[in-house]
Design a protein. Structure first.
Length: 173
């Protein structure tokens, strides 16, 4: 998968450009959302990393905008992000317009529901009233709301990573 290779490359070399190599969000809209979701849900899976099987392709979180949730065109069910949802999926922000003529909003709801039922990570779902398939391609109040949501989501996910986990004292049990 090409996206997995890019994730591995950024993870290895991002520090050279001032990026935090321990934090990587993958994002995309439409087919790019499909690719971002699939890359994150198959992270560190050698079957999806031919040529770089041992590379770390972990994603800190995913921004999935008006994405495609089914199988990739002409491919089987394994090419769908839905086929790869596991308990260790990273946090997801899923945003979809309710007037999307390309991908029904019910598909986005189903994807978010499946993530919530399976993953232990947070899943944020935003349904944009009056939003079409390309709501993120032009400046509008929906676009502004999504930008604000992305900023809030990424800050929140990063703060959760820095928050110490409570220590469980098993000696008292």
């Amino acid at each position: 998968m090409q996206v997995g290779g890019q994730v591995a490359c950024v993870g290895r070399g991002g520090g050279e450009y001032g990026a935090d190599p321990t934090t990587l969000f993958v994002a995309g809209s439409s087919a790019g959302g499909h690719m971002a979701g699939l890359a994150a849900l198959t992270q560190n899976d050698p079957a999806f990393q031919p040529g770089f099987e041992n590379a770390d392709t972990s994603a800190t979180g995913v921004i999935h905008l008006n994405g495609w949730y089914g199988p990739y065109f002409g491919q089987g069910p394994e090419s769908s992000p839905l086929a790869h949802i596991t308990a260790d999926a990273p946090p997801f922000l899923v945003a979809h317009g309710d007037l999307d003529p390309m991908v029904p909003v019910t598909d986005a709801r189903h994807f978010a529901d499946q993530l919530r039922q399976t993953s232990i990570a947070p899943v944020v779902y935003a349904e944009l009233r009056g939003g079409n398939h390309a709501f993120d391609l032009y400046h509008s109040f929906r676009f502004e709301a999504v930008v604000d949501a992305i900023e809030g989501f990424t800050a929140w996910v990063r703060s959760r990573e820095r928050t110490p986990k409570p220590h469980r004292n098993t000696a008292l049990e």
